[in-house]
Design a protein around this ligand. Sequence first.
Ligand code: UD1
Length: 420
Amino acid sequence: MAEQTLKITGGQPLHGEVCVQGAKNSALPMMAAAMLCKDACVLHNVPQLTDVWAASRILNSLGCSCVLRDGQAEIRTDGIHSFEIPDEDMRRMRSSIMFLGPILGRMGACTLTMPGGCELGPRPIDLHLDAMRKMGVHISEQGSRILCRAEGLHGARITLPFPSVGVSENVMMAAVLAKGETVLTNAAREPEIVDIANFLNQCGAQIHGAGESTICIQGVKGLHGTSYTVMADRIAAITWMCAAAATGGRITVSGVNPADLEAALAAMESAGCQLGISGNRIYLDAGRPLRAVRYLRTMPHPGFPTDGQAIMMAVLACAEGTSVIEETIFESRFMHVGELLRMGARIRISGHTAVVHGVSHLHGAELSAMDLRGGAALAVAAVGAQGETLLHGLHHIDRGYENFAETFNSLGGKVQRILF
Ligand code: UD1
């Protein structure tokens, strides 16, 4: 069967402005959270992504109605009749686990299967289930199905062993309609959590402390509908800045909150890029030459985001000197390295650490995207490389980027989507 492939002709410095898309990692849980509202919700700035379509399909399969149009999602929940997430959707999209908290909150029960694949190494859901148990959910297994049942959710004191983004969001979403107060400690502090809390509070929820390590949620009787604009995608912003940096170009990314990007901006600066910030715009002028970053470690927010690791590595592959990158969040997040090596990069992996010896340039090659951000990283490497690259596995990239090829081209890149 023909496969969607990108044909990328490298070597053109990228120049221009990108208005950053809405955040995938905010839009997906927010679509799930809308289930908790009795009235309709309209979400704006929802990116057009295959993962968003998958979330919409889940809502529809539960009996809700989700209509996606012109960057909006209109979600109505009055027809909700099911609490089972279809296995096909669980396999297709790992973030379908984000429906667990909202379905439990709304229906008092949820049936699901394990999220599929092992794109970034094992991605267990034990922390999600443990947190739900503390809120009064009884969990049993029936073949491959996981049955979660609650005789009325109640508030709880929950301390996470690791500040998991998804678990923090699921607890918040389950707790807003639970009886009593939930106190979540060692919560993740990602900006998307704040965005979801703001959305829920606008619907009448009582969530305090989102964005800090302790979040308190006072259960309320019901939520009303609202209209809400999803925040900008931090990782897309990093991607476009890195693409400009890899080509020796200049870019302005707009619509973002620079405070959400501090660690990434610090890394770009230490790589020799010049930055200017004005309101919700960031201007980046690539370092010429780029410099190695001595040590970059992925960490929960406000540290350097794991989702930006591969993309930054693509930039550092051509920086002067040796960069050391440690991945601390996911087990197998170096799958892009083998592909970068085919382009002439010099990278050595030892456990969770990649040692990147900068080379003068990369060359085009035939490559495969193995995961979303790794795929984006290969495209970034390819626009900066000499010659032509064929990048297969575009379906991974379409999960998270809206108009991927078009955005490169609007900046002067030569990127073509072909059937291969
Ligand atoms: C979210 C983001 C993803 C990002 C990640 C870390 C969404 C839709 N996805 O994913 O893009 O890379 O945060 O910033 O927002 N873990 C367990 N057991 C669990 C849950 C998680 O062991 O039950 C582990 C994971 O395997 C991983 C670590 O915790 O090693 C971090 O995962 P988590 O923060 O939960 O990431 P996600 O919410 O899946």
